[in-house]
Design a protein around this ligand. Structure first.
Ligand code: HEC
Length: 242
């Protein structure tokens, strides 16, 4: 999406995300929402009368919300206070942070930036906003994955269509590094939601290459090659970051 406004509409309508059938269906829900009156106070008494216009207001509200530092990124966590020098971390937290940052250990901060920007003074989003393929295991609970030929390849499609040409094969399997802010309150991790605890995620990072059999199914046939990265067609295995 080229604007936050456009982006706001995508998950509302995507069949595999919030699955509203149409903008009209979203607006019908807004009319029934407990905050419908507040919505009309903000955008006008007729704000929800017309489906197309109502949807415009809703996505505008989301767009503005995401740009509101007070509400959307107040940077008011304990970690932010630590960065401001206002609050200490406990000894075990300091050890975890050191592992997170250490290039020779977790090296997590190389993608999930954890420090205040030296240039701009901006607080870290725990993302460098880069695109990386991690070879996350296939989530067999997803309906789309019942079809063994279906692969969510991130940057190169099928949701995204502008980078699907053969010249972009090196981008297949890459997803944007997500923020880790508030990650402890989430219940599904990675782009396909295959993991459900942070322990599992960290175990994956530590053992993906050492014990791949933990994460990817063994070959079904005796002597068959063990296939890593079971959510990527074999020709893209080389895209995975190691
Ligand atoms: C090379 C860049 C890179 C490094 C290094 C890295 N990550 Fe990630 N991380 C990513 C990307 C990209 C994703 C999303 C991958 C996907 O969904 O397919 C991700 C996803 C995650 C998630 C899931 C977040 C969510 O909301 O779904 C967690 C938690 C996480 N990383 C923690 C860590 C930790 C802890 C380390 C260090 C042990 C680490 N990462 C190292 C790039 C990186």
């Amino acid at each position: 999406a080229s604007t936050l406004h456009e982006q706001a509409a995508i998950p509302l309508l995507a069949a595999h995300e919030m699955a509203n059938a149409s903008p009209a269906a979203v607006v019908a829900r807004l009319r029934a929402a407990p905050y419908a009156a507040q919505f009309r106070d903000t955008f006008g008494a007729d704000a929800l009368d017309d489906d197309a216009r109502g949807f415009q207001w809703a996505t505008l509200a989301l767009e503005m919300f995401q740009q509101d530092p007070q509400q959307f990124y107040p940077y008011s966590s304990r970690f932010d206070d630590f960065l401001r020098g206002k609050a200490p971390l406990a000894a075990n937290e300091m050890r975890g942070l050191a592992l997170f940052n250490d290039e020779k250990k977790g090296n997590c901060a190389s993608c999930h930036v954890s420090e205040v920007s030296a240039n701009s003074g901006a607080f870290p989003a725990f993302s460098d906003f880069g695109f990386i393929a991690l070879g996350v295991p296939r989530n067999r609970a997803l309906p789309a994955n019942r079809d063994p030929a279906f692969h969510d390849l991130g940057l190169c499609g099928p949701d995204r269509t502008d980078l699907s040409g053969p010249e972009n094969a090196g981008l297949c399997g890459a997803f944007r590094t997500p923020t880790l802010r508030n990650v402890a309150v989430r219940q599904a991790f990675f782009h396909n939601g295959v993991m459900h605890s942070l322990q599992e995620v960290v175990r994956f990072y530590v053992t993906r290459d050492l014990q791949p059999q933990r994460w990817y199914p063994y070959p079904s046939r005796k002597g068959g090659a063990h296939r890593r990265y079971d959510d990527l067609p074999a020709q893209y295995a080389g895209n995975v970051n190691t």
